[in-house]
Design a protein around this ligand. Sequence first.
Ligand code: BDR
Ligand code: CA
Length: 313
Amino acid sequence: MAREKIIIDTDPGQDDAVAMLLAFASPEEIEVLGVTAVAGNAPLHLTELNARKICEVAGMPDIKVYAGCDRPLFLDLHTAPEVHGETGLDGPDLPMPTMKLQEQHAVDFIIDTLRSHEAGTVTLCPVGPLTNIATALVRAPDIAPRIKQIVLMGGAQTEGGNSSPVAEFNIFVDPHAADIVMRCGAPIVMFPLDVTHQVLTSQRQMERVKAIPGAVGRVTYQMLDFYRRYDEAKYGTDGGPLHDPCVIAWLLKPDLFQGKLCNVAVETASPLTIGQTVVDKFAKTGRPLNALYMMKADSDGFFDLLVERLARL
Ligand code: BDR
Ligand code: CA
C-alpha cells in the first residue's frame, strides 16, 4: 500500500508533539512531507521552535519545519499558557535544536507541495488553529481540489467548548480560518472534543507511557505528566485528553474511531457563540455533507497503538 503523504500543521503543544512522534514512528504507513508551525497554544516563535525540538527528540533532524502565520486572520491571538505552560511545551527540559528552520513560509510550502504532487495524494493534518491552511486556500484556490483530505483536530458539540461555553480552542482562536476550511470542498475528517475527551492520559495509561524505553518514552512521559495537571484540576478527570494524536491514529487505524458524515458550519459573527461548530447531525439544513464528524474512540486501542509505536523510535 502507498504511504500516506502528510503535512502536519501544528502549534506544539504537548499533545501536538505526541501527534508528531506518532507519525514519525510510523514510516511504513506515513511519509511526513513537512511540518508547518502556526501561532496557537503559544506564539509562533515558540511553536516553530518546539516543532524542531520534537523532530530532534525523535532523532529526525532531516524533517523540514516551516514557520507560518503568527496571528489569526482577523482576531488578536489567544494562547494557552495555562494548559501548555509558558514555553508551550513545559515538562521536559529539551535542548535548543541544531536543525535549521526552513526559509520558505509555511503557506508557500503548503501551496507548492499540493501543486507539485499528483492531485489527490497529499493529506493535510492541521492540529492547531487553521490560519495557515485557510491562507493557502485563499491565496491559491486551485489547491482545494488537489487535497486528498483534511484530517483535523477541532470543534465541539456534545462536550461544549474548552475556550468558551461552546467553542473549542483551535476553532475559537481563528474562526474565520476554520470557516474557510470547512467550506473549501475538500473531504474533511474532524476530531472534536466530543471524541478526544474519550482518550485520556489516565494513571493506568501513564504507567504504560512511563515504561516506554529510551529518550522518546521519557520525554513523552514528562510532557504528558505536565499536561494532565490542567485538565485534572479544572475538570476533575483522570488525565488530560490526547486531542491531536487522534488525527494520526486515525490514519494508522481508522477502526479505532466512529463518526458520521455531517454538515459542520462555523459561527464567525455572534459575540456570544463565536467559534462554535454547528453540527447538523440529522441533516436538518440540507447543507453539503462536508465532514466526517468523529464521535467515538476506542481509548485502550489508541494507547496500545501509541505505546507500541513510540517504543520504535
Ligand atoms: C486543541 O487545543 C490545543 O490546546 C491542543 O493542542 C489541541 O489542538 C484542543 O482544544
Ligand atoms: Ca494543537
